[in-house]
Design a protein around this ligand. Structure first.
Ligand SMILES: [Zn+2]
Length: 323
C-alpha cells in the first residue's frame, strides 16, 4: 500500500538483519527457532538432575535437525549483487545506507529491488520473463537495459542525471569542509558552491581549473582544500561508478591526480595528498573509503549515493507512482 516492497523483490531478505543488508523484520520462523533453541538449552541444563527431562532430551535428539533456512544471498538473481560486491567492496559498510540514510520506505525498497534485479528492465523482461523481444536500453539503444547500465553505464544519462547525483555527494563533502573551517556554504543544496571560498584558515576550490607550470593529465578536481596553518592541501575527487567497479575507479582517480599533486607541492609549498571518494551507484564502498574520508577536514562519514540513483531509476523506468 505504501510502496515498501516491490513485488519481485526477495522476501527472504525482508527477514535478514539490516546490518547484513536486509530489511530487519522479525519472522515467525526465526522466532520459533530461537524459542525452541532456548527451551532446548533449558532442558539440557536440567536433564542431569531430572528423569522426565532427561527422557525428553533423549527423544529430542533423535528428531531431525531443523531445516536450514535458505538465504537470499544464494539466490541466482536476488543474490547476484551481493556476491558481486563481496569481491570488491567492504560489505559491512556497503549496506550502511540502510541504517544511516533514513530513506523513505519506498526508496529503500526500490534500491533493494535494483540490487536484486527485481525491476522490470528490458533486459530482464527479455531474458528472464521472455516477454519482450528487444533487450536494449530504451534511451541509448546500444547496450542491454540492465540496472547496472541505467544506474552507471548509459551515455544518455551520463550528462545531467549522473552529474546531479555526483554533485549531491560532492556537495555534502564540500559543506563538511566549510563547517570545519568556519566558511559559509550555500544554504540551498541545489545551489552550486562558489569556485573559490577563502578565509584566514583555509582556501577551498570547487571544480576549479588549476594552472600548473608543467602540463598535467588532470587539473580540475572536484574540490581542493588548502589548510593555511598546517600547510597542507587535499585534492578530492568524487566518482559514482557501478558497484563492481569501485576499486578500479579508486585507483584510477589516485593515479589521475598524482601529477597535479606534485605540481601543487612545488608551486604552493604545501604537503599535498589525493583523496578519491568512490561510492557505488547502489551503495557499495571500498575497504579504504573510511581512511580516505578521514583525510578530508571535517568529514568522517558520508551519506550514500543511493538517493540520486533512486531518482535516475524512477525517471528512466517510468515506475508507477509508489516508487
Ligand atoms: Zn542506455
Amino acid at each position: 500500500m505504501h510502496g515498501g516492497f516491490l513485488p519481485k523483490s526477495s522476501t527472504l531478505r525482508l527477514y535478514t538483519s539490516r546490518k547484513e543488508g536486509g530489511r530487519g523484520l522479525l519472522s515467525v520462523r526465526a522466532t520459533v527457532r530461537d524459542e525452541r533453541a532456548k527451551v532446548h538449552e533449558y532442558i539440557k541444563e536440567k536433564a542431569r538432575t531430572d528423569d522426565v527431562l532427561s527422557e525428553c532430551l533423549r527423544q529430542w535428539q533423535t528428531e531431525e535437525e531443523w531445516l536450514e533456512t535458505p538465504s537470499w544471498e544464494d539466490k541466482p538473481l536476488h543474490g547476484m549483487y551481493h556476491r558481486q560486491i563481496s569481491e570488491v567492496a567492504y560489505v559491512k559498510k556497503s549496506y550502511q545506507w540502510l541504517e544511516k540514510a533514513r530513506l523513505k520506505d519506498s526508496t529503500e525498497a526500490l534500491i533493494m529491488a535494483a540490487q536484486e534485479q527485481a525491476l522490470n528492465t528490458r533486459a530482464i523482461e527479455a531474458k528472464i520473463y521472455h516477454t519482450r523481444q528487444d533487450p536494449r536500453c530504451r534511451l541509448c539503444k546500444e547496450a542491454p537495459e540492465t540496472v547496472q547500465h541505467i544506474t552507471a553505464g548509459c551515455k544518455m544519462l551520463a550528462g545531467k542525471a549522473n552529474m546531479e547525483r555526483h554533485n549531491q555527494v560532492a556537495g555534502i563533502v564540500y559543506r563538511n569542509i566549510c563547517a570545519e573551517y568556519g566558511l559559509e556554504a550555500p544554504s540551498s543544496k541545489w545551489e552550486a558552491p562558489p569556485k573559490v571560498a577563502e578565509n584566514g584558515r583555509a582556501k577551498i576550490l570547487w571544480d576549479f581549473q588549476i594552472q600548473t607550470d608543467k602540463m598535467v593529465m588532470a587539473n580540475q578536481p572536484d574540490i581542493v582544500v588548502v589548510d593555511k596553518q598546517q600547510k597542507k592541501a587535499v585534492v578530492v575527487d568524487i566518482a559514482i561508478p557501478s558497484d563492481g567497479n569501485i576499486r578500479k575507479k579508486e585507483l584510477e582517480k589516485l593515479e589521475k591526480y598524482q601529477g597535479l599533486k606534485e605540481e601543487l607541492e612545488k608551486a604552493w609549498k604545501v604537503k599535498a595528498s589525493v583523496v578519491p571518494v568512490v561510492i557505488g551507484a547502489l551503495g557499495a564502498v571500498t575497504p579504504k573509503l573510511e581512511e580516505w574520508l578521514q583525510q578530508i577536514p571535517g568529514t568522517s562519514d558520508i551519506k550514500s549515493a543511493v538517493l540520486g540513483t533512486a531518482k535516475i531509476l524512477r525517471r528512466t523506468l517510468k515506475l508507477p507512482g509508489l516508487w
